[in-house]
Design a protein around this ligand. Structure first.
Ligand code: SF4
Length: 428
């Protein structure tokens, strides 16, 4: 049963999809607790923080003063109409919200970009230039016998990744699948979730600085092609450790390299993503291997997908000429703000109060969760509900393979971002 009334008449939900990180686990149990919600089963700390956030329903504001929703919408529409170059940023919303903000940008002649797209572009650049072979969470969970975690603290980003994808005792094909080897390449990566897990065989830690992971992978590519590599130090690792890792990759029946572009915060990090993916393509000639990119928080996977469906380009799209125009550098949200090219910022953050807008002196329209605290008072503030808590919605999972339906779990007067954006568009 998916939903049932509890003893106090409030709803008790099973198999709830969680919107608070890109995994979108869909097995949570949520029940009522006083005026709010309680995660009863299968939640992590992030899920608890999100679902159990108290419901507050502040009024919309213009210049910090309470107004009606209609007045806030009218003011927002006027600001967009008068703007020379509005920027539609943040984009922390569900699929309907992204569709609506793109429609608004199209009509208002603006530029769309997600708050986290600096990280996403480390992937997009590689996908666009040389392609890749990636897998899904489900494939990895059921088939992989070797996981390589490259440079990302998965436990911190996705607290249930190891539980759901790596430590599952049974697979789709066997109740007693073989044990898995998990290799961590990087520094300070938390692998405590693997301790004592039946399914896990060896856990190997290779301490490599994030910016040298590409060097290790490129060396493995060369070795795999029969090249002679002199020296005993490869990316800070002893040569024997690299030889051993390559041998394990060749022997794996299904290897998966996991990375998260947001964790690779150094210059030209897309080259590390490329090294990972070229290795995967080449090792696939003799064994089975795939990449798996993680991240996708704050609806960033959905934003990239919807923008691609609608414009043909993954974010950083301008509608100022009346048709989609794509430029990775020129239409970067941060660059536009830094260069003071935009004169209005509409910021969307409906999942987390942590997705605060950049501190900018241009006027701002903020559609945000009630507990968000911007550095400056926005010109217009419209509190919006969280998809999957205050209203229904759909989100794309981080592997872009599945879209998950989100439920409305509580009675809330907070409107969806999509409904507010549609009204602003109608008022333009
Ligand atoms: S791992 Fe992510 S999707 Fe799963 S319960 Fe935690 S926050 Fe939600």
């Amino acid at each position: 049963m998916n939903s049932q009334k509890s003893s106090n008449g409030a709803n008790h939900f099973e198999n709830v999809a969680c919107p608070f990180c890109g995994l979108h686990c869909d097995d949570l149990e949520i029940g009522p607790s006083g005026d709010g919600l309680k995660v009863l089963k299968n939640g992590c700390a992030k899920a608890v923080a999100g679902f159990e956030r108290p419901l507050v329903e502040p009024n919309p504001q213009v210049d910090g003063k309470d107004v009606s929703l209609d007045e806030a919408i009218a003011t927002a529409a006027r600001l967009i109409k008068e703007s020379r170059l509005p920027i539609f940023g943040g984009l922390g919303t569900d699929i309907d919200g992204v569709r609506s903000v793109i429609a608004l940008a199209e009509k208002g002649g603006g530029i769309v970009d997600h708050a986290l797209s600096d990280g996403s572009y480390r992937n997009y650049r590689v996908m666009q230039s040389s392609g890749w072979v990636t897998t899904t969470l489900t494939e990895a969970r059921n088939r992989a016998d070797l996981f390589i975690i490259a440079g990302c603290d998965v436990q911190k980003m996705h607290p249930r990744f190891f539980e759901r994808i790596v430590c599952n005792e049974a697979s789709m094909f066997s109740d007693t699948p073989p044990k898995r080897t998990v290799v961590f390449i990087g520094e300070g990566l938390d692998h405590s979730a693997l301790k004592g897990q039946e399914r896990i065989g060896e856990v190997i830690t290779l301490p490599v600085k994030a910016e040298r992971i590409g060097e290790v992978l490129d060396t493995m590519r060369a070795l795999n092609k029969g090249a002679t590599i002199p020296g005993n130090d490869i990316g800070g690792l002893p040569r024997a450790a690299v030889d051993d890792l390559l041998a394990r990759c060749k022997a794996a029946s299904y290897g998966v390299i996991v990375w998260a572009p947001s964790s690779l915060g150094f210059p030209s990090a897309d080259l590390t993503v490329q090294a990972v993916n070229e290795f995967v393509k080449e090792i696939n000639l003799t064994s089975r291997f795939a990449g798996l990119s993680l991240g996708g928080s704050e609806g960033s996977t959905s934003a990239g997908a919807v923008c691609t469906w609608q414009s043909g380009f993954p974010l950083r799209v301008s509608y100022t000429s009346g048709k989609p125009d794509y430029d990775v550098e020129r239409y970067s949200l941060n660059r536009l703000l830094f260069a003071k090219e935009g004169d209005l910022l509409l910021w969307l953050a409906s999942f987390s109060p942590d997705l605060t807008p950049p501190d900018t002196d241009i006027p701002m329209i903020l559609l945000g969760t009630p507990s968000i605290k911007p550095a400056r008072t926005p010109k217009v503030y419209i509190p919006v509900g969280t998809p999957g808590v205050d209203h229904t919605g759909v989100l794309m999972r981080v592997d872009s393979a599945v879209s998950l339906p989100l439920r409305k779990l509580r009675q809330s007067k907070l409107p969806s971002a999509a409904s507010v954006l549609e009204k602003i568009e109608a008022a333009l």
